[in-house]
Design a protein around this ligand. Structure first.
Ligand code: PLP
Length: 385
């Protein structure tokens, strides 16, 4: 949590809860850390982490490009003025609409399978995604560079796919690798980049090496950058990176109010946010720091342990298990930290719940950057509505 408690209380009172709040200074600081570690490397923000237009505009104004994986994300990138070399179009099963939109905007495509040589629009710019088939230190669902992952082509196939792209008239600029998300062990990255560098005898020099993202918020960026530059140098290539989580996770906090408590052998603290606002704990067993924002006369040792549970009719609807918190009363406010990435972007209208509002603190004041949906907006696309 990067914002002072008083600011969080003000935001919750003003915009209601559940509410995502973002600290612009922390977003800027994360980008500065990436730039300082990767130097001349080109930064593409993986907007799946958080595609809010205000955050995208801020990053675009700072010279950051975007990695997009759907027609909707490409439309967002275009809407905030990104095109040409500021745009990557990725995905294991791109649609005709996504190829056409990417080509119209002059994007570079990340090719995920050999068949794409025949599917890409004429004379496309392309990188070939390589799956290094390594054990990756993260949750199974977050590993994309393991042998069982659906992404990319094998290292053995990659040089042939580069040749096939060129034979089909495309501008095959280089290789791409992204081994997963929230990766704990930095040596996973060096192993993956080294595996790609082994392909140099077959590929020759390349214009671009794109090493993706996947860095945990505490990642050793300098170590990752050193390994990435090492591989890029082997190819004589420019280095491109695609951080998502690293740029926005710490900047974001989910504010939720206590609805009540229940003691049934376990202590449940019931909140007005749950899986529909923050799916990560349920989807990946992700652990987010939870801070009580109410005054606590109790000594810490006397605190009880709580399962923080949301309002959905699903047993898995938990924000956290077994956390020590001071005695809660209805209306008290909790801050769920490191929630800026894959929080709002994965929120859903399941149960016809309105997706939460989002607000940005810019150092001087709060700005609402997404208003809370209404139930009518949730069903607006249904016909007849
Ligand atoms: C190809 C690619 N690049 C970058 C990212 C961003 O990953 P992270 O948010 O972990 O940095 C992803 C995430 O899924 C991805 O698939």
């Amino acid at each position: 949590m990067t914002l002072p408690r008083a600011q969080l209380l003000t935001a919750a009172d003003r915009f209601g809860t559940p509410l995502y709040v973002y600290d612009a200074a922390e977003l800027d600081a994360a980008l500065a850390r990436v730039r300082s570690a990767f130097g001349k490397g080109r930064v593409y923000y993986a907007m799946k982490a958080n595609p809010n237009l205000t955050l995208l505009r801020r990053l675009r104004a700072a010279g950051v490009g975007f990695e997009c994986v759907s027609a909707g994300e490409i439309a967002r990138a275009e809407h905030v003025g990104a095109s040409g070399d500021a745009l990557l179009v990725n995905g294991p099963a791109k649609s005709a609409e996504e190829y056409a939109a990417g080509a119209r905007l002059g994007a570079t495509f990340i090719v995920d399978r050999a068949e794409e040589a025949a599917l890409l629009p004429p004379r496309s710019k392309a990188l070939v995604r390589v799956n290094p088939a390594l054990a990756v230190s993260t949750h199974d669902h977050l590993a994309t560079g393991a042998a069982s992952s659906k992404f990319g082509v094998t290292p053995e196939q990659a040089p042939g796919v580069l040749r096939a792209l060129r034979a089909a008239g495309h501008d095959a600029r280089g290789l791409h690798v992204h081994i997963g998300s929230a990766i704990r062990d930095a040596s996973d990255f060096s192993a993956a980049f080294a595996r790609l560098a082994e392909l140099r005898p077959q590929t020759g020099e390349l214009e671009v090496l794109d090493v993706g993202g996947g860095w945990g918020v505490d990642a050793d960026l300098l170590g990752i950058a050193q390994a990435a530059w090492g591989a890029a140098t082997v190819f004589g290539a420019q280095l491109w990176v695609e951080p998502g989580r690293y740029l926005v996770a710490r900047a974001g906090t989910l504010l939720t109010r206590v609805v009540g408590t229940k003691r049934t052998g376990r202590n449940f603290l019931l909140t007005d946010a749950g899986m529909t606002e923050l799916l990560r704990p349920m989807l990946y067993g992700a652990q987010h720091p939870i801070t009580a924002l109410w005054d606590d006369p109790q000594p810490a040792a006397a605190r009880e342990r709580w399962d923080v549970a949301g309002p959905a009719c699903e047993s898995g609807d938990l924000l956290a298990r077994d956390v020590s918190l001071p005695s809660p009363r209805p209306g008290d406010l909790l801050a769920v930290g490191e929630a800026g990435a894959y929080g709002a972007s994965m929120s859903s209208s399941y149960l016809t719940r309105s997706r939460p509002a989002e607000a940005l603190w810019d150092g001087t004041g709060w700005t609402l950057i997404r208003r809370r949906e209404t139930p009518q907006e949730v069903w607006a696309a249904e016909v007849p509505s």
